[in-house]
Write a protein that binds this ligand. Structure first.
Ligand code: SAM
Ligand code: DTB
Ligand code: SF4
Length: 331
């Protein structure tokens, strides 16, 4: 008897973590009537956040194109002819200039992306300088550089990195149809390294990769069942870019994007859920639904990494119409 009691505290958290969100529960959420799902998601949102506040992150592509990976959605893969110009890593001065503009426009976080499979230590050192420079401006910092080793994550943490973005993209089952040059497990290992370094995790995925509803539920379960769920969850709608293998895939229905946001909100109530790529396609009404469903973060600025995003004045106008405020900076 005593044995059981003594073992229980150690065993219990493991059991809870493994069953936090079973697949059938996530699938059931995505299959709810739209109004029921949105009502539930909005209630969860209201319990955990100020529903009239949205966090603004601005993206900068600090190293564009020429990536050796084969991600079938990505215009920056060297394997696909998308007409994209390849550039080297941006200088500190150019990055500071862009970050200052982002801050002046109202962003609280500056996210720098590089088209790498995994950075070399020398490249991590260069990015660490960029992170420190941006942090000194009073902005939160985020980078997405591909796969990261534990020591590299530690170095970025020391430089002042607040968030690392590394997406799982889709379910483990669909993953191999989209990317063959790195495994799902590689991605999970990078997430572990980031978490262990004490950096906030920004991890989400893409809808519109030809996945099933089960795959969407599977992605959300992977995210929600991580030992610690991500602090930030970007939900991207595929931007279909000519020259990539997924250029002609059927477009996603706007309501399916909103459903995915709503389920993410319910399954990860404390996370910032970012309505990411694909906002231009959603239009004002679609975005308003997404905010109601629990999205409370966006990429703010006329460009994502290589593709267009709504203009800043369009976002400001929509916020005004909806009574939404941009979240104030904390850095
Ligand atoms: N190379 C690094 C990596 O893949 O980890 C960082 C940059 S990569 C462009 C960051 C993320 O952008 C990808 O994981 C993917 O989720 C998203 N992404 C890339 N191309 C996209 C597209 N066409 N539509 C929607 N999301 C896209
Ligand atoms: C994320 O989840 N979405 C952003 C960011 N993280 C790096 C990238 C979206 C890229 C869309 C296609 C492009 O502009 O190249
Ligand atoms: Fe490379 Fe990242 Fe694009 Fe994949 S998503 S091809 S890793 S830049």
């Amino acid at each position: 008897m005593l044995d059981i009691v003594e073992q229980a505290p150690a065993a219990l958290p493991v059991i809870l973590a493994a069953t936090r969100w079973p697949l059938d529960a996530a699938l059931a959420l995505l299959q709810l009537p739209f109004n029921d799902l949105l009502y539930q998601a909005h209630q969860v949102h209201r319990q955990h956040f100020d529903v009239n506040e949205v966090q603004l992150s601005t993206l900068l592509n600090i190293k564009s194109g020429g990536c050796p990976e084969d991600c079938a959605y990505c215009p920056q893969s060297a394997r696909y002819d998308t007409g994209l110009e390849t550039t080297g890593l941006m200088t500190v001065d150019a990055v500071i200039a862009a970050a200052l503009q982002a801050k002046a426009a109202g962003a609280t976080r500056f996210c720098m992306g590089a088209a790498w499979r995994s950075p070399k230590d020398r490249e991590v050192e260069q990015v660490a300088q960029l992170v420190s420079a941006v942090k000194d401006l009073g902005l939160e910092t985020c980078v997405t550089l591909g796969m990261l080793k534990p020591k590299q994550a530690d170095r970025l943490k020391t430089a002042g990195l607040d968030y690392y973005n590394h997406n799982l993209d889709t379910s483990p089952e669909h993953y191999g149809n989209v990317i063959t040059t790195r495994t799902y497990n590689d991605r999970l290992e990078t997430l572990d390294a980031v978490r262990d370094a004490g950096i906030n995790v920004c991890c989400g995925g893409i809808v519109g990769l030809g996945e099933t509803l089960q795959d969407r539920a599977g992605l959300l379960c992977q995210l929600a069942n991580l030992p610690t769920p991500p602090e930030s969850v970007p939900i991207n709608q595929l931007v279909r870019v000519e020259g990539t293998p997924l250029a002609e895939v059927a477009p996603v229905d706007c309501f399916d994007v909103v459903r995915t946001i709503a389920a993410a909100r319910i399954m990860m109530p404390n996370a910032f859920v970012r309505l990411s790529a694909g906002r231009s396609e959603l239009g004002e009404a679609g975005q308003a639904l997404a905010y109601f469903a629990g999205a409370n973060s966006i990429f703010y600025g006329e460009q994502l990494l290589t593709t267009p995003n709504p203009q800043q004045n369009e976002d400001r106008e929509l916020f005004l119409k909806l009574g939404i405020r941009a979240m104030a900076g904390t850095a």
